[in-house]
Design a binder for this molecule. Structure first.
Ligand SMILES: NC(=O)CC[C@H](N)C(=O)O
Length: 221
């Protein structure tokens, strides 16, 4: 598991607001008992409750690129992280966490890197250089993610609805296989396999035809 909470662009940057966000992040504590972390930058907060799986000793989150200008909070496992690290030769990794590749991939390839990830994940990444952010969820939605909007114009993301429901004016289930980018201000599908189609078949249901076609397929061998 792991629990993530990110709040971006709050109008109130008081200590009370920070405490409130820490309190909301604690509502996700059952998802990750090993570590609680928060990174704040101006009016943005990224929090993490960790269930340590890969590199339990140094992979605490949020995670960063080399100069800490890119911050990321992740729930999930990146199965091909070794392979991706090999592609990122000049980058210096600070931890052995599978999720650190996300910060470096973003630095190297921009927001298009998401389809290079093989794994299950939901994450929020903040680029402090221009205060832009992205959030993404794995292709089939193995890891949960919710998105909300505060009355003050803030954008919220959380692993569970319970961290959003009291403070957001509205919230949605973040669609699997999608990416939210603050630069474009919208959600778009990043998972686009060639076979994927949302069109509903128009041929009438014919069980006999399905059976015959299936049998023909199996007897081909
Ligand atoms: N439980 C998780 O989501 C794990 C996050 C990350 N892969 C780690 O090992 O710390």
């Amino acid at each position: 598991m792991c629990g993530i909470l990110a709040v971006l662009g709050v109008s109130d940057v008081s200590l009370a607001k920070r405490s409130r966000i820490i309190e909301l992040s604690r509502r996700l504590r059952h998802r990750g008992p090993d570590w609680s972390g928060i990174h704040s930058f101006e009016d943005c907060y990224l929090a993490h409750q960790r269930l340590a799986i890969v590199d339990p000793t140094s992979g605490d989150q949020p995670l960063y690129n080399e100069d800490k200008t890119v911050v990321v909070t992740v729930n999930g496992e990146i199965y091909n992280h070794e392979e991706l690290k090999a592609k990122l030769k000049p980058h210096k990794f600070q931890t052995g966490s599978d999720c650190e590749v996300i910060a470096h991939l973003y630095e190297e390839y921009g927001e298009e890197f998401v389809d290079m990830l093989d794994g299950m994940f939901s994450f929020v990444l903040l680029d402090t250089r221009d205060k832009s952010f992205i959030a993404a969820r794995d292709a089939i939605g193995i890891c949960p993610l919710y998105m909300g909007w505060g009355l003050d114009g803030s954008v919220w993301f959380s692993s569970e609805m319970k961290a959003l429901s009291d403070d957001c004016e509205r919230f949605i289930s973040f669609p699997p296989g999608h990416l939210y980018s603050s630069k474009t201000g919208g959600l778009r599908r990043w998972y686009n396999p060639p076979w994927f189609s949302e069109s509903i078949p128009s041929a009438p249901y014919d069980p006999l035809l399905i059976r015959e076609s299936f049998e023909k397929l199996l007897s081909r061998g």
